[in-house]
Ligand binder design. Sequence first.
Ligand SMILES: CC(C)(COP(=O)(O)OP(=O)(O)OC[C@H]1O[C@@H](n2cnc3c(N)ncnc32)[C@H](O)[C@@H]1OP(=O)(O)O)[C@@H](O)C(=O)NCCC(=O)NCCS
Length: 181
Amino acid sequence: MQLNQVGACDGHVRPATRSDAPGIVWVSNSSILPGEDVGFGESMDSPFRDTSALLSAWRDPNLVQGEEVLVAEMDGRIVGCVTIEDRGRELELVNIDVPLELQGRGIGTMLVRSVEQRARAAEKQAVTLGTSRNAEGVAWKSLPWWQHLGYRVTHEEENPWTRSIGPGVREIRMRKDLPPE
Ligand SMILES: CC(C)(COP(=O)(O)OP(=O)(O)OC[C@H]1O[C@@H](n2cnc3c(N)ncnc32)[C@H](O)[C@@H]1OP(=O)(O)O)[C@@H](O)C(=O)NCCC(=O)NCCS
């Protein structure tokens, strides 16, 4: 991993291809500690956890379950992954993962900035996303990170996804408006 002169990471973000599947699965399976997401939205049935499941779900060029898959690459290695979904006037950032051992080096920020650039290029008004609050009222640990990147909480809600996690779980909806440049 290299940092450039301004301390940012020297990588790039590009649309994923099928051949990235093993790297994407590695990233998805190594971004949190085992069991850390219990009560927040475990993704045991996600196709991103297993290479053959991911390849079965893959629709060329880079769609999985209707989400576009982008990867961060450094020195030919997949070091992060983000999925996005077109929601009309908004672009939803559905999922983002950086392996634990590579966190805190700017990869996540690079992925988010790339999503924002894509949203601007597509003349979207905002990037939106959701994170969760467990039944005990504790927000998932990424909330302050999103706020640091300029995302604000719009509201909290219960919906089919939160009910699938358990009673009392809420989704924290966040948004970053993208004024035209
Ligand atoms: C969330 C995640 C994608 C962040 O990726 P990352 O590569 O570690 O993030 P970065 O290294 O780009 O973040 C660094 C920046 O965030 C800031 N930051 C880091 N942790 C922070 C925190 N808890 N609160 C506020 N700011 C924080 C740093 O100061 C730094 O800011 P700077 O660029 O202005 O110096 C990664 O931690 C991850 O995969 N987590 C597990 C999966 C997850 O929670 N996904 C989000 C689901 S909603």
